[in-house]
Design a protein around this ligand. Sequence first.
Ligand code: AMP
Ligand code: ZN
Length: 469
Amino acid sequence: MKVFNTLSRQKEEFVPLQEGKVSMYVCGPTVYNLIHIGNARPMIVFDTARRYMEHKGYAVNYVSNFTDVDDKIIKKANEEGVDPSVISERYIAECRKDMKALNVKEATTHPKATEEIDGMIEMIQTLIDKGHAYVAEDGTVYYKTRSFKEYGKLSHKNLDDLRSGGRALLVSGEDQKQDPLDFVLWKPKKEGEPYWESPWCEGRPGWHIECSVMSKKYLGEEIDIHAGGEDLIFPHHENEIAQSEAANGKEFAKYWLHNGFLNIDNKKMSKSAGNFFTVRDISEKYDLQVLRFFMLSAHYRSPLNFSADLMEAAKNGLDRIVTSVSNLNFLMEKAADVPMTGEEQQLFKEAEMYITKFDEAMDDDFNTADAVSAIFELVKFANTNVNERSGKAFIQAVKEEIVMLSDICGLIVEKKAEILDRQIEALIQERQEARKAKNFARADEIRDTLAAQGIILEDTREGVKWKRA
Ligand code: AMP
Ligand code: ZN
């Protein structure tokens, strides 16, 4: 498998630090509002990368943070007259809803900045002790950018070029910097802001330190993949490298992956210009699977243009797969329950070629655009070669391939027949009888059957209660 590494600006063979395991950190959203469709892009594309690596047999430890202390959160909290945690908790909950609807898998860990302050203070102290940071008179702690010789290696910027444009980095209140390139690790509290005790002043962390700390805590000092949108390359990821490598004395991340930007109608997304959509806006018109499919129809590093027409095209594309699977299920119900004939086995070899094609595309820096084309070819194969005369084994095998490849992309293309309430009640009744008859194997089997349908049973004093997960 090859991945494009922003660090080397090349596609490199992916070799994890530990065989069979992948540690991956993806910078998550700042939670002060509903997430927009741009925020959804890294969530979807890196979730797909994760799913593919899991499909290849890697155990992926996936960490993605919520930035829950930030100027915009504080501003909104003050406007509403509530504590900032009310705002951040509200939008974390909303973000999780959107992620679920986009079929983005739950991260192994979803740390929040406000719960990791101790770790941040510890790392900042290490940086001060090692001469990479200093405390200004008002208690602000700055990172001494020039003390890290490799600064600029990710964004391929030269410190002196930065310096000439660097005056712009001097913003009011930050004039205690020794050098315009220095950035904030810790800043003193202001009126009406949340703050924490620290050895330097009551205050709060700068933005960059949280990812260095969470990545180390949940994944270790050296990780395989660090990812996020391309706007994060500079300064966020460059600063993360400076912090982590200076503090730990080890290479922070081996591979740096960045997604391209999502534009709307070929323009930058902008609230004021009116071309701005939240994921929730889109969910009013489309199943969010369509948005996911749309995102995967382009390579993750390319810029992607969002428009009403392209969403319609995505809807039609996804429908083609869903319809094909549903036709196969229909044919399967009536098909003769026989093993594959010689002719079917021969045909199936062709179908398997599309799996190879899919894998080759994904192995080439997660080229989901080509991977989706392979699914389409498989669908075309199914529509052409499966019919009323096909045997059940053949139909099932073809269907399972389509479902499996779609599943790697996180696309749900098979609508599970909804189990009806009365069927559930009947099964619960049967389970009770099985238990009375001490037939525990059957009782457990029924519980598992229901669990597979997302039905959770609860044994209470008043009898068995059930709910849908
Ligand atoms: P933020 O909440 O701004 O820190 O963004 C969270 C994630 O969304 C980061 O990885 C950003 O790079 C990414 N992101 C923000 N806007 C866009 C966009 N228009 N297109 C693609 N990714 C974006
Ligand atoms: Zn980050």
